[in-house]
Design a protein around this ligand. Structure first.
Ligand SMILES: *Cc1c(COP(=O)(O)O)cnc(C)c1O
Ligand code: SF4
Length: 337
């Protein structure tokens, strides 16, 4: 990278890992020795929401297995193109909850700031797969109105950085944002919702740890892992470092048909996350976003899975089963039929 002063500087390693993610369905199939017959559907489905999978994440998939639980999260399929009743482009009506550009303020005491539309991975079930980020993010020159809004509401205790993936921001930009939040006296906590520690653990480097250590705010990092195979040694080490830096680590999971919809898989996930100092937070019922209906798990099946988790795990390793409903004051617990 050439800076303005003409000094050549190496881009951080995570930037290189991000840039070299697999985006071509043909390459993904070749890499995993999969049937080329899958290609044409993958190419078609990728036109509305492109494929994106970091190489380190792909390396955790099993070669030759089209049903690999990590592959299923990223491989575009023909099923995405089938219309399904009740599955829409903006299922949470987020367009309607914008308090200021890039600010979603739905719940008391905490507001969510969309700081970027970029993600290191494209998850096929994502509820924001068709969200018009360009219009809704608090972008480089437009953080000011969002910060003014946050500063003006003294009932806020916590700001949630979200996206996209907020750790797609450079350390410099993240640092500027944290500094601005630091100066808002009523804020006590900053929460970062990021899938990067799992899908691109290179992101957890000295630059990030230093940046996070500088804020006066308490830090919570909510990662997103759906299957125990996502947590290999490298990811485990990255999580341990984040934890050692003073952040509280929580995980959210989306309940996905054919990927993690059984108590054994989710038990193994909670166990392996805890070894990396992460506690389970939410288990989300799928948001009904267009193109993701084939991932849906029925509510009664989800409740049976929860019962299975309670039998197998100590209470602190059991996530809360929730769904999001437009207009509610918090995520809605799913507790009985
Ligand atoms: C999920 C979410 C939050 C955070 O909710 P918690 O229950 O505190 O995790 C805040 N704002 C919005 C808009 C959300 O979607
Ligand atoms: S990382 Fe999160 S925001 Fe990005 S595609 Fe996956 S689920 Fe969606």
């Amino acid at each position: 990278m050439i800076t303005a002063k003409g000094i050549s500087r190496q881009a951080p390693l995570w930037r290189q890992a991000l840039a070299s993610a697999i985006r071509d369905p043909a390459e993904l199939l070749r890499e995993l020795n999969l049937d080329p017959k899958l290609l044409s559907a993958a190419q078609t489905a990728a036109t509305s929401f492109p494929l994106r999978a970091p190489r380190g994440f792909v390396a955790r998939m099993h070669s030759g297995d089209p049903n690999d639980p990590l592959l299923q999260q990223v491989l575009p399929l023909a099923a995405e193109l089938e219309p399904a009743l009740g599955f829409t482009v903006d299922p949470l009506d987020e367009q309607a909850t914008q308090a200021a550009p890039g600010v979603l303020h739905k719940y008391p005491g905490r507001a969510l700031l969309i700081v970027t539309g970029a993600c290191a991975v494209h998850c096929r079930y994502c509820f924001r797969r068709e969200f018009p980020y360009a219009e809704n993010q608090a972008s480089k020159n437009a953080w000011r109105p969002a910060l003014t809004y946050l500063a003006g509401d003294s009932s806020l205790r916590e700001v949630i950085l979200s996206g996209g993936d907020p750790l797609a921001l450079s350390d410099q930009r993240l640092s500027e944002l944290l500094t601005a939040l630091d100066r808002i006296p009523h804020l006590e906590r900053v929460r970062i919702h990021s899938r990067m520690p799992v899908v691109l653990p290179e992101r957890v480097d000295d630059g990030l740890l230093t940046t996070l250590a500088r804020t006066r705010l308490q830090r919570v990092v909510v990662i997103h892992a759906n299957h125990p195979h996502e947590i290999d040694e490298t990811v485990g080490a990255a999580l341990q470092q984040l934890s050692a830096s003073g952040a509280t680590l929580l995980n959210q999971t989306v309940l996905l048909r054919g990927i993690n919809d059984d108590p054994e898989t989710l038990t193994a996930l909670s166990e392996i996350l805890f070894t990396a100092r992460v506690l389970p937070y939410y288990l989300h019922l799928l948001d009904p976003v267009r193109g993701a209906a084939h991932f849906a798990v029925k509510e009664n099946a989800a409740l049976a899975i929860m019962e299975g988790l309670r039998q197998r795990l100590p209470g602190y390793l059991v996530p809360r089963l929730v769904r999001e409903q437009p207009g509610r004051l918090a995520k809605t617990p799913v507790e009985s039929l």
